[in-house]
Design a protein around this ligand. Structure first.
Ligand SMILES: Nc1ncnc2c1ncn2[C@@H]1O[C@H](COP(=O)(O)OP(=O)(O)O)[C@@H](O)[C@H]1O
Ligand SMILES: [Mg+2]
Length: 360
């Protein structure tokens, strides 16, 4: 049977990103190939206390079972809130929260219990999106590129979609729709960690801190010596692959300015691996709201960069939409990744389906 014969489904995607800012949730209607409609989307921020527990678990371990249980319950809460007044959806795509991403060891681990989420919501849940890819030699990341390609279906190519979350990743969509995707390097995580440490605030709102500082060229050069930048794609990163050690005793503002330039310089390095220059750079993820970072990227690329809203996409919930789309692809047995997106040896599907009790 051809995939185009499948009736569209409504799917709800859930993403808890490496920034640990909260849960993004969004609904799409799709047959797994085409995007037929977009439902509501919303973000449900974590409170500082839960964020600290998540941060602690990732940094030095802890009561994983307890944090995972609470994470699952918070996701169930997000589903309930998003579905208020809507009724139901056919399937949930549940990414969970990454506690460790070590593609060099074939490991990427997300916490969150899909079976429990199916029970709590009464809706079938697809989770564990990354394992199959890694078993077949892939990096397990990034997984949004096929969704970006579906979104960009009717756009003039090549197009670059840059997602600046905790880590930043790039999808290049070529003239014939071919895909190359990989993590570029740091995204917001280092800037967030630095801002928290030096000012007590969880992020550099609109890049105001960085705007008042001056980048330290020597520290920047040291940061860019990381071997990751020389490695050709496919490649992906753990949230904590980079540290801010090179900053030494920099002021809060100068450190933020340096790390902002670092994220931007990493994007420029990534551009060197692209088969041909993109006509447009579309930026999604929370980093698009950091004016200093957007300006630094435009300067590093010597190109215009635009938030994805410029083409009508929703940057705040794009990843959540991607996991809704991928959940439907998983149900259809369609690939979630390709050699060009994760380095997997062949196109592979993935995901594990959990049905709620009594739903056969
Ligand atoms: N108004 C803003 N100004 C500057 N940075 C922002 C703003 N809003 C969000 N961010 C950044 O985006 C991050 C969240 O981005 P997000 O795309 O959700 O990442 P992830 O996918 O890793 O959760 C925040 O941690 C912060 O660094
Ligand atoms: Mg987030």
């Amino acid at each position: 049977m051809q995939v185009t014969d499948f009736a569209p489904l409504t799917a709800l995607g859930l993403m808890s990103g490496t920034s640990m800012d909260g849960i993004d949730a969004a609904i799409v209607e799709t047959d797994g190939e085409r995007l037929i409609g977009f439902g509501p989307g919303a973000s449900f921020p974590y409170d500082a206390e839960f964020r600290e527990r998540l941060r602690g678990l990732i940094a030095h371990g802890g009561d994983e079972a307890e944090v995972a249980r609470e994470l699952t319950e918070r996701h169930a809460g997000a589903v309930g809130r998003l579905l208020e007044g809507i009724g139901g959806v056919d399937v949930i795509g549940f990414h969970g929260h990454t506690v460790s991403h070590r593609p060099d060891r074939g490991l990427s681990r997300q916490i969150g219990d899909g079976a429990a989420l199916a029970r709590l919501t009464g809706i079938p849940v697809v989770d564990d999106f990354r394992s199959r890819d890694m078993m077949e030699g892939g990096e397990g990341a990034p997984l949004a590129p096929l969704f970006h390609a579906a979104l960009a279906r009717d756009m003039e190519k090549p197009v670059a979609v840059l997602n600046i979350g905790g880590v930043a990743n790039l999808t290049w969509i070529g003239p014939e729709g071919e895909l190359l995707a990989f993590d570029t390097g740091p995204g917001n995580a280092l800037i967030d960690d630095w801002t928290l440490k030096t000012t007590g605030r969880p992020m550099d709102e609109d890049g105001r801190l960085a705007r008042g500082g001056e980048a330290d060229a020597r520290a920047l050069a040291a940061l860019l010596e990381h071997p990751y930048f020389l490695k050709p794609p496919p490649k992906s990163l753990d949230r904590n692959a980079f540290g801010a050690g090179a900053l030494g005793g920099a002021s809060a503002a100068d450190g933020a300015a340096t790390l902002t330039r670092f994220t931007a310089a990493a994007v420029a390095r990534a551009r060197d691996f692209l088969p041909s220059p993109p006509r447009r750079w579309l930026v999604t993820g929370g980093g698009r709201l950091n004016g200093s970072l957007m300006a630094a990227i435009a300067q590093a690329l010597e190109a215009d960069v635009e938030p994805v809203e410029a083409v009508g996409w929703r940057g705040d919930v794009l990843e959540a939409q991607a996991f809704a789309f991928l959940a439907v692809r998983s149900l259809r047995g369609l690939p979630l990744s390709l050699p060009g997106t994760t380095g997997v040896s062949r196109p592979v599907s993935g995901g594990v389906l959990h049905r709620p009790p009594g739903d056969d």
